[in-house]
Ligand binder design. Structure first.
Ligand code: ADP
Ligand code: MG
Length: 701
């Protein structure tokens, strides 16, 4: 494959040349023949149907009109120079506009000759026009050869301006297909092609650019999705297998006295069966001799913390240290306070470390960590800063994972000879397909039930008009002894304004809920940590009834007596954030409520978000919707989005296919882990090809 024609620079394709190549590279990131081949159309249009000019009033899409040009002229000066033509048919007239002057264009257009014009309709001051239309001389014979499915490729304004419109891209693709036609090699084994009734690779790549029918196109798309998913899964699963083989971990032989003591004598509730089975999975990993790398997913309030704590107990009972990392200080202290008493009873030395820990305290802490005096360390990412060294860290538990980047995560590994076992707990459920694609190299546990007695959280969407009623409702709840959260968005870019909203809100709540009958806490990021803790503590101890805050309480905060969550400017939050915030209530046995307050004007997307929140409490359903609305990159964060190179697969729509292929790949690798079977050789070869490349994803499709 050394002289692979597909690696040829795009410059050398007939019709491109150095100038166009530069433009195509910068605008579309297309560098080689291969890149262009895998530049799939994003839609197809029907070029066998035509519009009359009188019909276009109701259309805003692309249209195709047969007509003639009268009156072609250049107007404006300098940058504003443009060519305007009147284009008419028997029913009316529109304008064709080119925002650049070109003598060539003016000379080549014939007046009063039949053309087919194609492009998007714009309306400006009641006038209809098409900017940079594709123009083609009307030709009866050619017309008959037109098909219903003409490829439309991604493009940019600049490309269009420079004359590289869709028609040009199509002709480049045409050239390309002629040059590479016989050079496209199959990359799936015959037995898979047969079993899944797939088209050949070469055929599919031609069809996706030049389909003759919908049926054919569907088959081609299916085949191309299939190989995209297949090679992604094979890489992920292979990585998982080799990690298990190569990365040895500490073996925890026993469940240990700490765990047993806690389980028998101190656990105040019955574990749910989901919690039990997850603990069993973890126990098995910890005894296996390989390093555990497990992702624990569970909806808000499903009880992940206790699973984390008990996993730590196994490590400690085996003579190792454990740490639990949280994304916020509030959460670190919440865990610390929750475990404090029980740790004393179990004779476990637990300490907490955050960014605001005092220097002297930190110094002592470092020493006793190295000495091995501390069994359990709870803290924020301060834990992974250099200079913190454990004597023998056996397990690192990362709570509410999405706040920690992968790079930070891997730092934890290098504390001692063998890497610690890693348990990652997600704040928000990740859609299954996304998890399989992005975290496919982690083992996965799911807590799919809530502790018994949990009540459905009633979610109500309101605008500011309903505020009086809301205040009455809140007063009623407080009179019953319950507590209330009020959350304001605080987003970096517009911090000042948001901050004002928060303070205004606090003041208005203070007026509606005056002292001494009511006490209100306020917590936000600009406060000193001591003040934050103080206010939080007053709320936890039920000394204040209302907590006005920013999203610092978004994850993890657990105060079962709080039953009302009021989210201000709810339209500004994403779905998973809303779900997280709502998850702060409904943690006890009382009825709970979440009020989403928005303005009257909302975008379509925010309407869908509110509707979704009102209609379901299920984090997994919400995660699916979030994925659909925002796309995978935004959900996982930019670091990982590089791992989501899917060109043609849609993680939501294709989830069943992904699942099916994942099972297939597992079966293949189970039987033939090194892919040496003669039937699988083709997979092996293709893998080698793509793995050797720096940016492998370019080659996967
Ligand atoms: P999350 O999964 O969101 O981190 P937590 O671990 O904070 O949830 O648990 C939420 C609440 O449920 C806590 O108050 C916890 O003590 C309680 N809890 C956890 N497991 C159970 C259980 N099996 N039965 C009853 N309550 C439980
Ligand atoms: Mg939690």
């Amino acid at each position: 494959m050394k002289n692979d024609i597909l690696n040829t620079s795009i410059e050398f394709l007939k019709g491109v040349g150095p100038n166009r190549a530069k433009l195509i590279k910068s605008e579309l990131k297309i560098l080689t023949f291969r890149d262009l081949l895998f530049q799939f159309p994003f839609k197809y249009i029907d070029k066998t149907s035509y519009h009359k000019i009188s019909e276009i009033r109701s259309l805003k899409t692309e249209v195709q009109i047969i007509g003639s040009i009268s009156d072609l002229k250049e107007i404006g000066i300098g940058n504003k120079k443009r060519i305007v033509a009147k284009f008419f048919d028997s029913t009316g007239t529109i304008e064709l506009i080119w925002f650049k002057s070109s003598k060539w264009l003016i000379d080549s257009i014939k007046l009063n000759t039949k053309y087919i014009a194609f492009g998007k309709i714009n309306i400006f001051k009641g006038k209809y026009s098409i900017a940079h239309p594709e123009l083609e001389l009307y030709d009866d014979l050619k017309l008959q050869q037109r098909t219903k499915l003409n490829a439309v490729y991604p493009s940019t304004e600049l490309l269009n301006k420079r004359g590289i419109n869709n028609k040009v891209i199509c002709s480049l693709i045409e050239e390309l297909l002629i040059s590479v036609n016989n050079k496209i090699e199959e990359n799936l084994p015959e037995y898979i092609i047969k079993k899944f009734k797939l088209l050949k690779r070469r055929e599919s790549l031609i069809i996706i650019h030049k389909p003759r029918s919908i049926t054919e196109l569907k088959k081609a798309i299916y085949r191309l999705k299939f190989e995209e998913i297949f090679y992604l899964q094979i890489r992920l699963i292979k990585r998982n297998i080799s990690r298990k083989e190569k990365i040895k971990g500490y073996t925890f032989n026993v469940i240990g006295d700490k765990f047993e003591d806690f389980f028998k004598n101190h656990l105040t509730f019955k574990l749910t069966s989901a919690q039990k089975s997850v603990l069993k999975e973890i126990r098995k990993d910890l005894g296996s001799g390989a390093q555990m790398n497990r992702l624990l997913q569970g909806d808000v309030g499903s009880g992940k913390t206790i699973v984390a704590f008990m996993s730590a107990l196994i490590a400690i009972g085996n003579g190792f240290q454990a740490c639990i990392m949280t994304p916020t200080e509030i959460l670190s202290y919440q865990h610390y306070n929750k475990f404090n008493e029980i740790c004393k009873l179990l004779n476990i030395n637990m300490k907490v470390l955050t960014g605001s820990s005092k220097t002297k305290y930190k110094k002592e802490l470092k020493l006793s960590l190295i000495e091995g005096d501390i069994d359990l360390l709870i803290g924020t990412h301060a834990i992974i800063y250099d200079g913190i060294v454990f004597k023998n860290l056996g397990i690192a538990i990362i709570d509410e994972q999405h706040k920690f980047g992968v790079a930070q995560r891997s730092k934890l590994w290098h504390k001692n000879n063998l890497p610690p076992h890693i348990l990652i707990m997600t704040a928000t459920p990740i859609p299954r397909t996304l998890a399989m694609s992005v975290y496919g190299d982690l083992d996965m546990s799911i807590i799919n039930e809530l502790p018994p007695g949990r009540k459905h959280i009633n979610t109500i969407h309101q605008t500011n008009k309903d505020r009086l009623k809301l205040i009455d409702f809140v007063k009623l709840q407080i009179s019953k002894g319950r507590q209330i959260y009020v959350v304001y968005p605080l987003i970096k870019e517009s911090e000042k304004l948001d901050f004002k909203d928060l303070i205004d809100g606090y003041e208005s709540f203070s007026r509606d809920f005056p002292m001494p009958d009511y006490q209100i806490s306020i917590v936000h990021g600009k406060m000193k940590n001591e003040d934050k803790d103080y206010e939080m503590k007053r709320f936890i101890e039920n000394k204040t009834q209302i907590l006005v805050s920013t999203t610092v309480i978004e994850v993890g905060v657990d105060i079962p007596n709080a039953t009302v969550m009021i989210i201000e400017s709810a339209e500004r939050f994403g779905l998973s954030q809303l779900h997280q915030l709502r998850g702060r209530v409904g943690r006890g046995s009382h009825n709970s409520y979440c009020f989403l307050i928005t303005g009257d004007k909302r975008t379509k997307e925010s309407k869908i978000r509110m509707k979704t929140m009102v209609s379901t409490n299920d984090g997994f359903i919400i995660a699916e919707k979030d994925l659909e609305l925002r796309g995978p990159g935004n959900i996982i964060g930019t670091q990982q989005s590089g791992e989501m190179p899917l060109r043609i697969t849609n993680l939501v729509a294709d989830s069943q296919l992904i699942h099916k292929i994942r099972l297939l790949v597992m079966k293949i690798l189970e039987k033939d882990p090194d892919l040496i079977n003669v039937n699988n050789k083709i997979i092996n070869n293709y893998l080698k090809l793509i793995i050797n490349k720096k940016n492998i994803w370019e080659y996967i499709s």
